[in-house]
Design a protein around this ligand. Structure first.
Ligand code: AMP
Length: 432
């Protein structure tokens, strides 16, 4: 299948090939015709699937021929990093069309945003808080918006943005096209979809699809040995950059410091940093100035760094879905990647939940010297369909530190079970 089937203008077609896109991704194949036809859309897809271009391209095509100087498309996204990424896609894909886009988020001065509103923009990519701020101050008029995109709705819910979104909706025309994207569809997201979408077309991209490209492994480890194990693994890493996830902001900052003192080009990315610091960290990581980025979930979700060779879960996330998002930072856009998780014995329930969601077990790899027997034993591969046996199969012990011992088969178990309600990502607040 090729992009030619969508009959984009020649300028947009040129921009697509300048971005290096040869064929539409599955979500683009399914979503673009529906968005071009003017339908509302409910898209179940995560980042890494080409979701941004799936809405940006038809929006640019639709806006290319209309009036200028009025805000005609509004994209609402949960984080500043994601807003910047979406904006960059709009800039790249709309080059030469004369369309103007601006990002709107807090943590930076309002002056530049106000200036751009005055000059006139057709597309706004915004985080809810600052956008509402501008709307309340009458800085901005959204009554000519034709297309609204609510991106990563599940994360916006998790971050407590839904009341703001409902307020923002009051400033928009009732007759408009609305596109809502979410990686999962718990009850609260379904409710927002029911409130905002009219006869939506539904496009669903298998949650597991991008994960097929990612090799996953669990390393049993004792808590005090985690940093030593990380250093051991980094020493062996020769290809691409490494994204390390910690549970807390303090943990991210502290670990990055330790890595820097050991000689690594590392930086942290967490919610205590100013927007400028966050942007510097992200850009430096993207450009290869830093080879290791230590981040918390809030700061890192949705970021697109195409050459992340491996994701290391220094601490496991608090939900199985968050694990999926984390490891989705590698293996993006058809590249292969590696996801490594450090697992202590009290992480066992989370590992079970992750394996249940994926419908398969993940390989255990014990690196001797880093896990006591307890961790290795606790991480024995589960047998999802058979009753639990009382005698555990012991993992073979090996004698030299740093030696690897594999366990765990790739057997299939039940279909993934998705949660259907609540605060699904457990990402609501970063821990200090
Ligand atoms: P997204 O899911 O929108 O964050 O996109 C993930 C990555 O895929 C980004 O780096 C995009 O530039 C890239 N991408 C989007 N569409 C295509 C395509 N059709 N072919 C190749 N790469 C793409």
């Amino acid at each position: 299948m090729s992009f030619a089937q969508f009959n984009f203008s020649s300028q947009i077609t040129t921009n697509i090939s300048n971005c290096g896109y040869e064929h539409p991704t599955p979500i683009q194949e399914k979503a673009i015709p529906k968005v071009l036809s003017g339908s509302d859309l409910l898209g179940l897809a995560q980042t890494g699937t080409g979701k941004t271009a799936a809405f940006a391209l038809p929006i640019i095509q639709r806006l290319s021929n209309g009036p200028r100087g009025k805000v005609r498309a509004l994209v609402v996204a949960p984080t500043r990093e994601l807003a910047e990424q979406i904006n960059q896609s709009f800039l790249d894909l709309s080059e030469g069309t004369g369309l103007r886009t601006v990002t709107v988020y807090g943590g930076v001065g309002k002056g530049n945003q106000l200036q751009q509103f005055k000059r006139g923009v057709e597309v706004i990519v915004a985080c809810p808080g600052r956008l509402l701020d501008h709307l309340n101050s009458h800085d901005l008029n959204l009554n000519k918006v034709d297309i609204l995109v609510l991106d990563e709705a599940d994360q916006m819910f998790d971050m407590g943005f839904f009341p703001d979104i409902r307020r923002i909706l009051k400033y928009l025309p009732k007759h408009r096209q609305t596109l809502l994207f979410s990686a999962t569809m718990p009850a609260d997201i379904r409710k927002l979809a029911d409130e905002t979408l009219t006869n939506p077309e539904e496009v669903r991209i298998n949650l597991e699809q991008p994960l097929n490209l990612i090799s996953q492994v669990l390393h049993p480890v004792t808590k005090p040995q985690k940093t030593a194990l990380l250093l051991h693994l980094l020493k062996e890493t020769t290809d691409g950059s490494t994204l390390v996830f910690t549970r807390t902001k303090y943990g991210a900052k502290n670990l990055a410091k330790k890595l820097i003192s050991t000689g690594y080009k590392a930086t942290d990315l967490q919610g205590n940093m100013s927007q400028n610091q966050r942007q510097r960290a992200l850009t430096g990581f993207r450009d290869g100035d830093f080879t290791v980025l230590v981040a918390t979930d809030i700061a890192a979700r949705g970021i697109d760094v195409s050459l992340v060779g491996q994701v290391i879960n220094f601490d496991l996330p608090s939900t199985a879905e968050a694990y999926t998002h984390r490891i989705g930072r590698t293996g993006r856009a058809k590249r292969s990647g590696r996801a490594v998780s450090f697992v202590c014995h009290d992480d066992q329930p989370m590992i079970k939940a992750i394996e249940r969601l994926q419908g398969k077990s993940i390989e255990r790899l014990t690196i001797t010297g880093f896990a006591m027997d307890k961790e290795a034993d606790q991480l024995e591969t589960p047998r999802p369909h058979t009753p639990r046996r009382s005698t555990k199969k012991k993992m073979p012990a090996s004698s030299r530190s740093g030696q690897q011992t594999r366990s765990g088969s790739k057997e299939k178990s039940t279909k993934p079970k998705h949660r259907t309600g609540g605060n699904i990502f457990g990402l609501g607040r970063e821990k200090k």
